[in-house]
Design a protein around this ligand. Structure first.
Ligand code: ZN
Length: 315
């Protein structure tokens, strides 16, 4: 009798599991990781992003409200490889006690020269000058620009969500699997598009060195006046060298980036007599109404601009 009464109670019928469930509180350090996390977590997570669309995460200056959002988070998602040095300080001061996911964990980073005159540091702790002579070697943090490395990002995010919310393991795994399949297809599409460009013409000038992984994965040579970080200005000699190279090699693909100051690049374009072919999305997505509001849309947008520009097609 009692059981039947409970089952028929209108109040109980209104409580459905999805509504009764508290959504998992997740914070992503920047917009690209936020989108990946959203694809896997779906509506089971309450997601917030520290460095949002079109925001440069390199020299990011967190506000006190950013630290406050960490305090109550169950999971924090960061790239690692020295990309978000500012986040370590925030985490220490916020009292964050949840799970910290480093998406680049398990990836062997590409190493690059940190040019001495740039004097920049992505903020990574513990990176020291080698005593050997020559430029300092630092890990390149932009591993998300190779879709072949994305599965490792997805595995790390999925493991973090499951650790904090084991009840939704099956859903997180299912979402991650479907997402990984879409990214694998996208990777094939990028390869097919790049193959439309003659090998000798696969060269691109961008504001800063964000496309090293992209270049290695897809066989495109990227040249940047600004080096690996957006925090340093290039020297006059470096800019002059780049202009001579553009002319000598007849490079036609010159791009701005969404979160960089375009002044240097515009000067290079003018002096080299080359037109800027648009805006690539490197370290941040666009706003929702822009051309690259998701990680997948970012690749489609970037590659759709890169291919005709490298070929020298009139646009
Ligand atoms: Zn960058």
């Amino acid at each position: 009798m009692l059981r039947r009464a409970l089952l028929c109670s209108p109040a109980l019928l209104l409580v459905r599991p999805a509504q009764a469930q508290q959504r998992l509180s997740v914070v992503a350090s920047f917009s690209i990781l936020a989108d990946m996390t959203r694809q896997i977590g779906g509506d089971r997570i309450a997601l917030r992003t520290i460095a949002g669309p079109d925001v440069d995460a390199h020299g990011f200056q967190p506000k006190p409200s950013d630290a406050a959002m960490l305090a109550n988070a169950a999971v924090v998602i960061r790239n690692g490889l020295g990309f978000e040095g500012w986040l370590d300080r925030m985490i220490r001061s916020s009292g964050f006690k949840g799970a910290l996911v480093t998406t680049a964990d398990g990836i062997t980073p590409r190493m690059m020269d940190a040019h001495a005159h740039h004097g920049h540091d992505h903020g990574g702790a513990g990176r020291r000058q080698n005593h050997s002579v020559g430029p300092r070697r630092v890990p390149d943090p932009h591993a998300w620009q190779d879709l072949g490395l994305a599965p490792q990002y997805l595995r790390n995010i999925t493991a973090g969500l499951i650790a904090a919310d084991p009840g939704n393991e099956a859903l997180y795994r299912r979402n991650a699997e479907a997402y990984a399949a879409r990214l694998a297809a996208l990777d094939q599409w990028v390869r097919a598009e790049i193959a439309k460009v003659a090998e000798a013409r696969r060269k691109i000038i961008t504001s800063h060195d964000a496309f090293g992984y992209f270049g290695e994965a897809y066989g495109v040579r990227f040249l940047a006046p600004q080096g690996v970080s957006t925090e340093a200005e290039p020297s006059a000699a470096e800019v002059g060298r780049l202009i001579r190279q553009i002319k000598a090699e007849n490079i036609s693909a010159l791009f701005m980036e969404n979160m960089s100051n375009p002044a240097t690049l515009q000067r290079i374009a003018k002096e080299a007599g080359v037109r800027v072919r648009g805006r690539l999305y490197a370290d941040a997505l666009s706003v929702g109404s822009g051309p690259a509001p998701t990680y997948e849309a970012m690749f489609r947008h970037n590659v759709s601009l890169m291919v005709p520009a490298m070929r020298g097609d009139a646009a």
